[in-house]
Structure formats: structure tokens, C-alpha cells
Ligand binder design. Structure first.
Ligand code: ADP
Length: 256
């Protein structure tokens, strides 16, 4: 039996709530993710992808409805609880890596564990192990600005994995990478998903990157408009379907 790890019920996000600039970015979204799924989120720019991913991962707090992560409702948690909950459950990868230039690569990777007051020896062991796997162990004393984009993204992946998260949330993780580094990152995510059962929710605008997922949702104007399940399709067949849905959506936008 698979388990629901993430669920939204009538998820609504209104920016500038109760001001004259109110803007409803998400309209009553109902959505479920089962353990071990790899979800890609696509949609035109401004459709609500980042808002959606931020609101299902504790980064932002929704205006209405419910979000449950591992059956725990996000809005009922205090900020301390959210911090602990993130450390126990979630790993984040962002397009611009979000590494701190004032900290070494080691300190950046260690951050989720340092914030959770994990013992120094345990942190050292975990950071060194991961950095070695990602082939950046020789860069740990350097600062992010001394490293290449690919190296920084690998450090960001180490930071996302250092707490052994059950769910990885990624917003355009390949947005700043060349094709070689992008496909390396996708192999890492695929491996974590297939072999370690890590659940992944990833925003991307690239059909090839999306074709690594097991299910795709397409967001438009703050709603989930359509969905494709990879099922028995090959990656190539799935990729073709993703291209089709993107071009059909683009055509609709043009003729609107
Ligand atoms: P996407 O990730 O699909 O490009 P976003 O989730 O960033 O879309 O934005 C969805 C909509 O919400 C857009 O119309 C955007 O202008 C609006 N929006 C996003 N963030 C804010 C904010 N902090 N304040 C007001 N409006 C916002």
C-alpha cells in the first residue's frame, strides 16, 4: 500500500490579502502525492508554479484550505515546529542554489544540520561522505563564489540531502546549469527516487527535464489544468506527450 505523503485540500493563496492589491494566485487546489512519486510541475510563466511549490513545502503559508505533509497540517505548526519538521522531512533545491557567499562550501552544506544542533562529529561525517559522492570534497574549504555553477549546484544538492529528507522540493533546479550538469543532476534525482524511495516535486519549464518524472501536472492561472502519468510509457514517449501538452497550451495562450 502506498502512503500519501503530501495532500492539499482546497489550497488557496491570496497575495496582499485584504488589501486593495489582493491577488488570488492559487484557486482551491486539490492534489495528492504518494510516497515514492516523482512529480514535475509545468505551466506558463506567472501561472502559480512557484507559489504552489512554496505553499506545499512550508516556505510560504497559504491563505485558505489545507496542506498536509506526512499527515501533519502545515498551518497548525509553530515556526519552531516548522523548522524541526523541515529538518526531519524536507530537502530544497533552488534555481539560484541559495548558497551563502559568506560561508564556506562545507558550512553551507552543513547548514540544515547545524541549525538542528546535530553533533559536530555527525555533521562532519555526513558532509564529507556526501561531498565525496558528489566529487566536491576537495572544494569544501572554498567559498561558493570561488566555484563553478555546476560545483555550486552539487553543493546545493549535498545541502538538500544532508538531513536524509523523505521529500525533495526543487524549483527549476537545472535553470542555471548547462546540459551536461543538468543531465547529471537528473541522474542523481532519478537515483534517489528509484533506489532510496525519495519523493520528489520539481518545477521545470523543460520537457526533457520533466520526462524524468513519473507524473506531470500542468498549472494554468492558479489551477491544475491537466495531468499526465508516465505509467508504462518509455521516457521518450512520455517526453513526446509532454511536448504536445506544452505546445497545445501555448497555442491556447496565443489564441486567447
Ligand atoms: P510561476 O512560478 O508560474 O512563474 P508565480 O507563482 O511566481 O508563477 O506567480 C503566480 C502569480 O502570483 C503571478 O501573477 C505573480 O505576479 C503573482 N505573485 C507571485 N508572488 C507574489 C507576491 N509576493 N506578491 C504579489 N503577487 C505575487
Amino acid at each position: 500500500m502506498t502512503q500519501t505523503v503530501l495532500e492539499t485540500k482546497n489550497l488557496k493563496k491570496i497575495y496582499n490579502y485584504q488589501t486593495e492589491n489582493e491577488f488570488e494566485a492559487l484557486h482551491d487546489i486539490n492534489f495528492q502525492v504518494q510516497e515514492g512519486e516523482f512529480i514535475a510541475v509545468m505551466g506558463p510563466s506567472g501561472s502559480g508554479k512557484s507559489t504552489f511549490i512554496n505553499n506545499i513545502s512550508t516556505i510560504d503559508i497559504y491563505t485558505g484550505g489545507h496542506v498536509y505533509i506526512n499527515a501533519k497540517e502545515v498551518r497548525t505548526m509553530s515556526s519552531n515546529e516548522i523548522g524541526r519538521f523541515r529538518y526531519q522531512n524536507l530537502g530544497f533545491i533552488f534555481q539560484d542554489f541559495n548558497l551563502l557567499d559568506t560561508h564556506t562550501m562545507y558550512e553551507n552544506i552543513a547548514m540544515p544540520l547545524s541549525l538542528a544542533h546535530v553533533k559536530k562529529e555527525e555533521i562532519e561525517k555526513r558532509v564529507n561522505e556526501l561531498a565525496k559522492q558528489m566529487d566536491i570534497d576537495w572544494l569544501l574549504k572554498k567559498y561558493p563564489y570561488e566555484c563553478s555553477g555546476g560545483q555550486r549546484q552539487r553543493a546545493a544538492i549535498c545541502r538538500a540531502l544532508v538531513n536524509k529528507p523523505k521529500i525533495i522540493v526543487a524549483d527549476e533546479p537545472t535553470g542555471n546549469l548547462d546540459s551536461k550538469n543538468s543531465s547529471e543532476l537528473m541522474k542523481i534525482l532519478e537515483d534517489l527516487n528509484h533506489n532510496n524511495g525519495v519523493t520528489i516535486v520539481m518545477v521545470t519549464h523543460d520537457p526533457l527535464i520533466a520526462s524524468y518524472s513519473s507524473r506531470l501536472i500542468f498549472i494554468r492561472d492558479g489551477n491544475i489544468e491537466s495531468e499526465i502519468v508516465k505509467g508504462e510509457m518509455t521516457q521518450d514517449e512520455y517526453f513526446q506527450k509532454i511536448v504536445e501538452i506544452n505546445s497545445a497550451e501555448s497555442r491556447e495562450l496565443i489564441t486567447q
